[in-house]
Ligand binder design. Structure first.
Ligand SMILES: Cc1cc2nc3c(=O)[nH]c(=O)nc-3n(C[C@H](O)[C@H](O)[C@H](O)COP(=O)(O)OP(=O)(O)OC[C@H]3O[C@@H](n4cnc5c(N)ncnc54)[C@H](O)[C@@H]3O)c2cc1C
Ligand code: FES
Length: 512
């Protein structure tokens, strides 16, 4: 079972690997919401560009999202006013509010058939202690609409005690005229428009380095490269570690989703709980009915909470059975998103040492509007145009916490190989790993990552993350090796699945 968005669009994919060296104005690394939205605006302005993705179009975070297009990013505005002041909070609100209309405008202009629908968005609570937080958030929103001089707008957020969910809530915020869509249909529509405007898109094309060259940069990809004046790192988690140091300003959180057939019951509105563990609801067009998309079960990537019932698919499956007893789960998926330390995305110049290289990351699981905000800021910067919101997202803000262990790990990693490629493991050690499970065993002081499948085949890897050398943990839900430091993930055979690492793990031949 995969993401509904990916399963329902697979035949439309553009597939072409980088097959030559090119000279362009802008090289965009990553074909998710950020890369394609930025590429769209720049291609429309006639800039020559190449977009490279190591996988396919919209196949990573943006193809595994729940795709609610809203400026109500959880209980955000009370926090923003208290931390950064009213003007900052207003700019955050306004830039994301504009993004909803910008996305709609693109869909209309390009005639992208992507099931876009305006919907009300709700944040609800079921615990008494949460009601005050909801009320504080409404107060914060009222201050913002007053600042905007829109007190009488009928779409302003309201406090509610009833909504369309099949259980009682204690309070909530209703925000009108938010939206939802099919994110992959949208991204494929952007890709089509980019190509029609002479943009080049290459898939299965991993960029492993970007280096300065004359007045611009060279992006290296296998045997070929792209020379460009500007580079946009739209790889979700920046894959270049230095000089940006983004690894010390972010962590990743994994979230899960189920696509559920709940019969003919209509399900309008988009909902998210204010309390943890987060539960999120929306529906999507599915054949001649609606598919319920139930999300949540979050945890920090690389860490599994103690009780299986409080996270992951199990948590969602129990909830689905309780709320919709006769339903059928048709799709299951998960992905991760980058969480910035101050809950505001990093958008803008990558580092003062790399002028004309841009980045957008740290969307805190709200990348649908944030990616459009990023595309506007980055394309305005490249085109030399003003942007009213760029100062609040300044990606160079915050002195990164230079973590000595990570830097030391990295140096060691490039200077020596950690363990040999063949190792003898006593049978009793292998027997400790159950069928269908994985774990780390220590042999002569060296860590070996073992996965034993249901037929008792053994897959062994060096469980040292190829990003900055942290020890990986076994994730038995997806049968993957996950990194607790910055969230890279690898399959049980060691193949890299998710950034910021891009190299595979070392395989180890085991002899018993
Ligand atoms: C379960 C879940 C639900 C969510 N729901 C919502 C929601 O309802 N609303 C909302 O606003 N946000 C939501 N989000 C957040 C949102 O999905 C993300 O913030 C957004 O999709 C990130 O887009 P992106 O373009 O930065 O990343 P991606 O979509 O991951 O794109 C990055 C691309 O870069 C490519 N890449 C990486 N490294 C390289 C390299 N070295 N060379 C070449 N290519 C490379 C990858 O293959 C990938 O295609 C959710 C997130 C999660 C985890
Ligand atoms: S993801 Fe950074 S060390 Fe693993």
């Amino acid at each position: 079972m995969n993401s509904y968005w990916i399963e329902s669009t697979k035949n439309l994919e553009i597939q072409r690997k980088l097959d030559n060296n090119y000279n362009v104005d802008v090289c965009i690394i990553g074909a998710g919401m950020v890369g394609l939205s930025t590429g769209y605006y720049l291609a429309k302005k006639g800039l020559k560009m190449a977009i490279l993705d190591k996988d396919g179009i919209g196949k990573k975070a943006s193809g595994h999202t729940t795709a609610k297009i809203t400026y109500q990013h959880g209980l955000k505005y009370n926090y923003l006013i208290n931390t950064f002041g009213l003007e900052f909070a207003y700019k955050y609100y306004k830039s994301n509010k504009n993004a909803i209309e910008d996305i709609k405008k693109i869909i209309d202009e390009e005639k992208i058939d992507c099931d876009f629908e305006y919907q009300n968005n709700y944040i609800y609570c079921t615990e008494p202690k949460e009601v005050i937080k909801i009320k504080n958030e409404i107060n914060a929103l009222n201050q913002i609409v007053k600042y905007e001089n829109k007190q009488n707008d009928k779409n302003n957020p309201q406090f509610i005690t009833n909504c369309g969910l099949p259980f009682k809530i204690l309070g909530g915020i209703e925000t009108k005229k938010q939206a939802e869509f099919h994110p992959r249909k949208y991204m494929l529509g952007l890709a089509k428009s980019i190509e029609e405007n002479n943009g080049l898109i290459f898939t299965n094309s991993l960029v492993n380095d970007v280096k300065k060259f004359e007045n611009g940069y060279i992006s290296y990809c296998g045997n070929y490269n792209i020379k460009s004046k500007y580079v946009v790192i739209a790889s979700h988690y920046p894959f270049i570690n230095f000089p940006g140091f983004y690894f010390s300003k972010m962590y990743q959180v994994t979230s899960y989703a189920l696509g559920i057939d709940i019969g003919n019951k209509l399900f309008d509105g988009m909902y998210i709980s204010s309390n943890e563990p987060t539960l999120s609801f929306r529906s999507a067009k599915y054949k001649d009915k609606r598919l319920l998309i139930l999300g949540g079960g979050n945890h920090k990537t690389g860490f599994s909470p103690e009780s299986e019932n409080t996270y992951g698919y199990k948590f969602l499956e129990v909830k689905a059975k309780e709320l919709f007893p006769n339903s059928q789960i048709l799709y299951k998926w998960n992905t991760r998103d980058c969480i910035s330390l101050d809950k505001v995305p990093y958008i803008g110049e990558f580092s003062e040492f790399m002028p004309n290289v841009f980045v957008a990351t740290g969307f805190n699981k709200w990348g649908m509007t944030s990616s459009n905000v990023a595309a506007n800021i980055i394309s305005d910067s490249i085109l030399g145009e003003e942007n009213d919101y760029k100062d609040i997202y300044n990606s160079k803000r915050m002195e990164p916490i230079k973590n000595k262990t990570e830097v030391k790990n990295m140096i060691e990693q490039v200077t020596k190989s950690f363990i040999t490629s063949r190792i003898k493991i006593p049978k009793e050690n292998i027997d400790k790993i159950k069928k269908g499970n994985g774990g780390i065993i220590k042999i002569e002081g060296k860590a070996v990552g073992i996965y034993k499948d249901e037929e008792e085949n053994i897959y062994a890897v060096n469980p040292t993350c190829t990003h900055l050398g942290c020890l990986l943990t076994w994730n038995n839900i997806d049968k993957t090796w996950d990194c607790p430091c910055h969230g890279s993930r690898f399959d049980y055979k060691g193949k890299n699945l998710y950034d910021p690492a891009f190299k595979d793990l070392q395989n180890i031949e085991v002899r018993c």
